[in-house]
Design a binder for this molecule. Structure first.
Ligand SMILES: Nc1ncnc2c1ncn2[C@@H]1O[C@H](COP(=O)(O)OP(=O)(O)OP(=O)(O)O)[C@@H](O)[C@H]1O
Length: 837
């Protein structure tokens, strides 16, 4: 099985990591095959642990690095140098973009390979080292000429904000002293970070809650590491954060230090490892850390030494190095060099996602628009920029890795190049991108939940799309079909592959002349780790794959062994022919099947030719079926993975829905409260108004009554006897009036009786009565006068406010009941008030 070269996409290398401490009990499922003639190994075999029925798979890579491979072996073996030379374009013209990426299961050593450990540099630092040393005499210094910086800015096509390193670093490091320290390198291969002792309670940080996800378990473990990483004589007093307590148990720390600690635990990125709650309701990611100034690392690792290695550069050119960093988190791009901004609404620190798009200056090619970029003059500046970006990158502790990358990290080194001495010349740009992909993981093993589980879902999803792209490319090597890599399915694959192919619309532009990027993929694997996750990654990343069927019944093996030669041709035809309709792209490099090498031989009595043929057919059929079963198993494994990532996605969606629901509930509640308060206010106002009106109304009534009965009412402020006196007077008055009324009635009835007893002619003597002044000679007049008299005497006992009904005797003598209102002047106010009531 020859490893085919994946055109345009990647050279694929495999690096095996040494077993983690304490994992000695695990069974090794991966073995490296010896290569002929002592060449570097290129093949590995996966033996499913504890399951002899599963197929044995064999994978081919450009090269396999075993557990004892050093960082230098990787640097040299993966051919990073040609990548650097590609971007420098030593023979003139524009450079070729380079991409160096790592892929692997979580905890398999991707970050270790890319960023190194506390004593060993990673490929990133080594690439930067060789790059800066190679252009040492050709690099421009923007500090000497502001025009240089301006020309670099104007040539940038990505709408970026470009700073010189001193300006940028001044804003990031509290103790940065700019040019005086630039270029200096500390001697000790350790990173000493006193500030790591801080456990800052950052503003905007979520408080611990019962639902919180413990991202990293031991805060003070980092302190232990720092303290031990620092020689005792260099250990200063711990830096006390104004906001947080200090890990104070320094003397107890030494014996509990885990010897295997990742470089990242010593970087400021590790300081982000805090207890973080579920993602905030208004976003699908947890808040980034609050911006704060970092402590400048006092020492950086120097090993391995590559001072003898140099890349060729173009002597007639001048170069500028511009660095940017971003991460792809939940399928969105976030700048790692732009500090998060505090939202005026939520009071949280957030980063704005950036777009991957075509711009005015880059119509044919998509670029990440709006990044902050830093012009670096030397490796120290570049490493400090890298450190600042790593500080912002999201990492978390999971069950699989105590410092697990939760995003795909992109570190981009743009090499700007133009002819020397041409101050107005155009800067050509080629980019070396170094990508530390987040690791695929199984929720069960990683013991992730909440936000971290949701992240895992997104990580697995993007890696699945990456796998599809790699697979398509792999298939393209073995078929004549057009090479359609579905790289636009997610941000990660778009960013990784959009430079791999010339853009169709760019056929006439300058970009069409650019060579497709050169790419190196380093797949990392733990031979003692998670078999299923590892085999899945290997399946889609390997350059070729071969599957051997599991051991078949010994009788068949014997027959196969006997009839090996004759069967071979049949077998190929039969198995290939029968498998083709069902075979998946993954199996495109399959051999039909392997003959089991370790089968037991048995002796059988001679059989007839027909029986032999039947047995052969049966054996072939069995082998074919076994092959199909194997395919189905592989398919099942893939589907299970896809289901798991879909489930993780679903869970993250459910989380979001729950958060949204909570948010909506809270909004409704707040709205309701507001309205209620408003209504209550209104009600109070109208009540007090009513009360006032009522009081006014009764005041007026009393006033009217007072006026009506001719009594002066004393105000409520007067002495308590005021009311009683008033009532007494009123009662006396009424009694008097009633008595008078009664008397008059009696008189009237006497007079009536008298009158009725007389003849009309004798009624005159009534005129003689002096107390009836209105009586005249005419009977009608007399009656009218009497009526008037009666009317004037009739007083209603019902009180002063009532209307008085008066009997009026008409001139015809028939009394008609009429309602008469008292003069308007007197009753106006009362009527109006009555209506109001
Ligand atoms: N080749 C190696 N030699 C020594 N230690 C290693 C090697 N590879 C990995 N490790 C150690 O294993 C641990 C996990 O490695 P690392 O963080 O690089 O994994 P990763 O693949 O980046 O994980 P994730 O995807 O979760 O970020 C670290 O402590 C690291 O130091």
């Amino acid at each position: 099985m020859e490893p085919p070269q994946k055109s345009n996409l990647f050279q694929v290398y495999l690096r095996l990591r040494p077993p983690p401490a304490g994992n000695s009990a695990a069974e090794r499922f991966l073995s490296v095959e010896d290569s002929p003639e002592n060449d570097a190994p290129t093949h590995i075999t996966l033996n499913p642990p504890n399951d002899r029925r599963r197929a044995i798979e064999k994978f081919a890579f450009t090269q396999v690095f075993e557990e004892d491979a050093t960082q230098l072996d990787l640097f040299q073996g993966t051919r990073v140098l040609p990548l650097v030379e590609g971007v420098l374009a030593p023979h003139g013209g524009d450079g070729t973009d380079g991409l160096l990426a790592t892929l692997g299961v979580t905890g398999s050593g991707k970050t270790h390979t890319m960023l190194g450990s506390r004593s060993q540099r990673g490929l990133t630092q080594l690439a930067l080292d060789v790059l800066f040393r190679s252009i040492d005499s050709n690099i421009v210094d923007c500090e000497t000429s502001p025009l240089l910086e301006a020309s670099i800015r104007s040539s940038d096509a990505s709408e970026a904000t470009i700073h010189s390193a001193p300006v940028f670093l001044e804003t990031v490091y509290s103790d940065f002293s700019g040019p005086s320290r630039a270029g200096s390198r500390a001697a000790t291969p350790m990173i000493v970070r006193p500030s790591i002792l801080q456990t800052p309670q950052l503003p905007g940080r979520f408080p611990d809650s019962p639902h919180s996800v413990r991202l990293v378990s031991h805060e003070d473990e980092m302190s232990r590491i720092t303290l031990l990483a620092t020689p005792p004589n260099q250990r200063g007093p711990p830096v006390v954060s104004s906001r947080a307590p200090v890990a104070s148990n320094e003397p107890k720390l030494a014996h509990s230090l885990s010897p295997k600690k990742h470089y990242m635990t010593l970087t400021s990125a590790a300081k982000n490892k805090k207890t973080v709650t579920k993602p905030p309701v208004k976003g699908d990611y947890p808040p980034p850390p609050t911006p704060r100034r970092l402590q400048r690392p006092s020492a950086l690792p120097q090993a391995p030494d590559i001072s003898s290695i140099r890349a060729s550069c173009d002597p007639s050119a001048e170069y500028a190095i511009v660095i940017s960093m971003y991460e792809v988190y939940n399928d969105r791009i976030f700048d790692l060099l732009t500090p998060p901004i505090k939202s005026s609404v939520t009071k949280e620190y957030r980063r704005r996602p950036l777009l991957f798009k075509s711009t005015e200056l880059s119509p044919d090619r998509k670029v990440v628009a709006g990044l902050r970029k830093v012009i670096c003059r030397n490796i120290t500046e570049a490493l400090m920029v890298l450190e600042a970006g790593l500080h912002e990158r999201r990492v978390a502790g999971t069950g699989s890795n105590s410092v697990s990358s939760r995003s795909h990290g992109f570190f981009c080194v743009e090499i700007k190049k133009r002819r020397r001495g041409r101050t107005n010349g155009r800067w050509g740009t080629s980019t070396l991108s170094i990508v530390d992909l987040a690791g695929s993981e199984r929720a069960r093993d990683a013991k992730t939940q909440g936000a971290t589980l949701a992240e895992a879902g997104k990580i697995n999803e993007s890696l699945m799309y990456l796998g599809q792209c790699l697979q398509m490319q792999s298939d393209a090597n073995s078929t004549t079909k057009p090479n359609l890599v579905p790289f636009r399915q997610c941000k990660l694959t778009e960013l990784l592959f959009s430079n791999s192919f010339p853009s169709p619309s760019a056929s006439h532009s300058a970009y069409s002349r650019r060579a497709p990027q050169k790419a190196v993929m380093i797949v990392t694997a733990d031979p003692f780790g998670d078999f299923n996750a590892t085999s899945q990654i290997l399946r889609y990343s390997a350059l070729a794959r071969e599957v051997t069927v599991p051991r078949i019944p010994s009788i068949t093996s014997t027959i196969l062994a006997n009839a090996n030669t004759t069967m071979h041709s049949h077998q190929s035809e039969s198995s290939v022919g029968s498998r083709s309709p069902t075979s998946s792209p993954v199996l495109s490099h399959h051999k039909p099947y392997f003959h089991p090498s370790g089968s037991h031989s048995r002796t059988f009595s001679p059989v007839s030719d027909t029986e032999r043929a039947t047995m052969e057919n049966a054996a072939l059929e069995i082998a074919r079926m076994a092959d199909i079963i194997d395919q189905l198993n592989a398919e099942l494994a893939r589907e299970s993975e896809a289901r798991m990532s879909a489930e993780a996605h679903l869970m993250s969606m459910e989380d979001r829905i729950a958060d949204l629901e909570q948010e909506i509930r809270e909004e409704c509640y707040a709205d309701f409260e507001q309205r209620l308060a408003l209504e209550m206010g209104r009600l109070k106002v109208s009540l007090s108004l009513e009360q006032e009106r009522g009081e006014e109304h009764w005041d007026r009534k009393v006033e009217v009554l007072t006026r009506g009965v001719g009594v002066t009412v004393t105000g409520p402020s007067e002495d308590e006897g005021g009311d009683g006196e008033h009532e007494d007077k009123e009662n006396i008055l009424i009694e008097n009036l009633e008595e008078e009324n009664e008397r008059l009635r009696r008189e009237v009835s006497i007079l009536k009786r008298e009158l009725s007893g007389r003849t009309p002619s004798r009624r005159n003597p009534l005129q003689e009565r002096g107390d009836l002044p209105t009586l005249r000679s005419s009977g009608a007049d007399a009656l009218g006068g009497l009526g008037n008299k009666m009317e004037s005497l009739r007083v209603s006992g019902a009180g002063a406010g009532e209307e008085k009904k008066v009997l009026k005797v008409s001139s015809s003598g028939s009394p008609t009941k009429k309602v008469r209102k008292l003069p308007a002047k007197k009753w106006e106010g009362v009527t109006a008030e009555d209506e109001l009531m």
